[in-house]
Design a protein around this ligand. Structure first.
Ligand SMILES: O=C(O)c1cc(=O)[nH]c(=O)n1[C@@H]1O[C@H](COP(=O)(O)O)[C@@H](O)[C@H]1O
Length: 273
């Protein structure tokens, strides 16, 4: 998908919400376990209920890999459903990959060509030749981990490297990579105040911001420091939306939660227009 199409969808829906499909058989409503493919049945119901209020879906690959072949099949069915029913919606493979170039090329093929995702999350630790294979794919986007939402982010990401914090080094060095115009970055919502510094280095790049909802990040703080004239944000919530209820009304509850976040986003969007 082209960035212009993502921006126009954000403007139409007045939302920059990404719904995280972190689908866990221990958490989905019990009655769905009788379905032939409970993970897909759950995802389909969540997508049907929430799609008017979000512009992106982010299946976290761990939740599918955990169930082996069956999990991969559910993920594939989810992607086919999304791409057929809602081709305008941006898809993110939250896979956090990255390896030597020869191997990264295969990861890129797996997620961009075989699974037909619009984007993938990548760990930057192995550097340029581990990232550039992903950047070769036209209209696909590579989302580099910059400053993550978890406590462990302070172990390395905020440590000084050549006089500045490592996450700043990731932001500025990655801008020199071939195909850098296809880069986006992860910055956790729990670190919203850092967004002011992030924006000095990547004033226009799209940021994937997970950590509102279950991890306690604030949408308003994220917007205060991170929003751009073209929005430049995809704010993700997974558990806060998809597990809003564990009963038969789970899809309705997810819809209400997504709508509530969309309404908060609409207020933030009004401030930049
Ligand atoms: O790359 C991510 O999406 C990600 C980066 C990060 O810094 N923090 C983070 O929580 N995530 C992912 O975002 C989702 C957050 O889920 P909830 O906390 O349930 O909203 C999970 O799939 C995480 O793996």
């Amino acid at each position: 998908m082209k960035i212009e199409d993502l921006i126009s969808q954000i403007r139409q829906k007045k939302s920059f919400l990404c719904v995280g499909l972190d689908t866990d058989l221990d958490k989905i409503p019990r009655h769905l376990l009788e379905e032939e493919d409970p993970i897909f049945a759950f995802n389909k119901a969540i997508i049907d209920a929430t799609h008017p209020y979000c512009v992106a879906y982010k299946p976290n690959i761990a939740f599918y890999e955990a169930y082996g072949l069956n999990g991969w099949r559910s993920l594939e069915r989810t992607m086919v459903y999304l791409n057929e029913k809602h081709p305008e919606i941006f898809t993110i493979a939250d896979a956090k990959r990255g390896d030597i170039g020869n191997t990264s090329t295969r990861y890129a093929k797996a997620f961009f060509e075989t699974m037909k995702f619009d984007s993938i999350t990548i760990a930057p630790y192995m550097g340029k030749d581990s990232v550039e294979p992903f950047l070769e794919f036209k209209d696909r986007h590579t989302i580099l981990l910059a400053l993550t939402s978890n406590q462990g982010a302070f172990d390395f990401q905020t440590k000084n490297v050549s006089g500045r914090e490592l996450y700043k080094e990731v932001l500025s060095v990655s801008k020199t990579y071939k195909g850098a115009e296809r880069l986006m970055y992860v910055v956790g919502a729990t670190k919203a105040t850092y967004l002011a510094d992030v924006r000095k280095l990547v004033p226009e790049s799209f940021l994937l911001v997970p950590g509102v909802g279950a991890q306690g990040g604030s949408l308003q703080e994220v917007c205060k420091y991170g929003i751009t004239k073209d929005v430049g944000l995809l704010v993700n919530s997974s558990r806060g939306i998809i597990y809003a209820s564990a009963e038969t009304d789970f899809a309705e509850s997810a819809e209400k939660k997504a709508q509530q976040i969309q309404e908060e986003m609409e207020i933030e969007l009004a401030k930049i227009n």
